[in-house]
Design a protein around this ligand. Structure first.
Ligand code: ZN
Length: 228
């Protein structure tokens, strides 16, 4: 059912145990607060973060939450329902979850940047109208196995539409992370990609990614500093 790769896998590098910034929660040398500029979006983003992901200094779930006013981040393993989690009435037919699997057939990204799948992995012909009707999207933040655990421990996720991103380009993490699949993106990249299309605002992608771009720049500078 799921591929063996991790769509939100983190870079395989360790950071020195500096004290973290209290705002962006990044290690001392990796603070990206200067680039955080909270943005309003029509589509709500709910980030379910695996408890062990909190200790991951290169994770982007918290950064995503900082960057999006209309977002909710919850740390834990399971919740009884989205309604209980948000403490408001929700219509699960108007929510999508970023699915961990992939489509049986993947069309050209330019034509279909966002796919909606049936439970059997077929692309739905009604994707466009479903995407137009969404109130929000749910992102799972953790390693592949952590995200899979979140998926199975929250059966209410099955009531949401399964969304699969079909981006034309690779993750900006570049060589900092192992990236087995083209569509493997950091959580903030996934949010930026999806929101730009759901809100019909192409400018959103670059705006949301500003702190991530700074993080990548800082990460890439680490080996250079050591060498110099
Ligand atoms: Zn900071």
């Amino acid at each position: 059912m799921f591929p063996d790769s991790n769509p939100i896998e983190k870079p395989r590098m360790s950071c020195p145990p500096h004290e973290s910034c209290p705002h962006c929660q990044k290690a001392e040398g990796l603070c990206v607060c200067a680039a955080i500029d909270p943005i309003d979006t029509k589509t709500t983003v709910v980030i379910l973060q695996h408890p062990q992901e909190q200790a991951e200094s290169l994770g982007t779930g918290w950064l995503t939450h900082c960057q999006l006013r209309n977002s909710v981040l919850r740390v834990g393993l399971s919740w009884p329902s989205l309604r209980r989690l948000l403490e408001q009435e929700v219509d699960m037919k108007r929510w999508g979850v970023l699915y961990l699997g992939s489509a049986k057939d993947t069309p050209r990204p330019e034509e279909n940047p966002l796919l909606v799948l049936s439970r059997s992995g077929e692309r739905l012909a009604s994707a466009a109208s479903i995407l137009r009707s969404l109130d929000g999207i749910i992102l799972l933040d953790g390693t592949w196995s952590q995200a899979k655990a979140l998926w199975w421990r929250n059966p209410w996720l099955l009531k949401a539409h399964r969304l699969v991103l079909n981006p034309p380009s690779r993750s900006r993490y570049g060589k900092l992370r192992r990236e087995p699949r083209r569509e493997s993106l950091a959580v903030i990249e996934a949010a930026a990609f999806a929101l730009a299309r759901l809100d019909h605002r192409p400018d959103l992608e670059a705006l949301i990614l500003k702190p991530f771009d700074l993080l990548v720049d800082k990460l890439k500078a680490i080996p250079a500093q050591k060498n110099g």
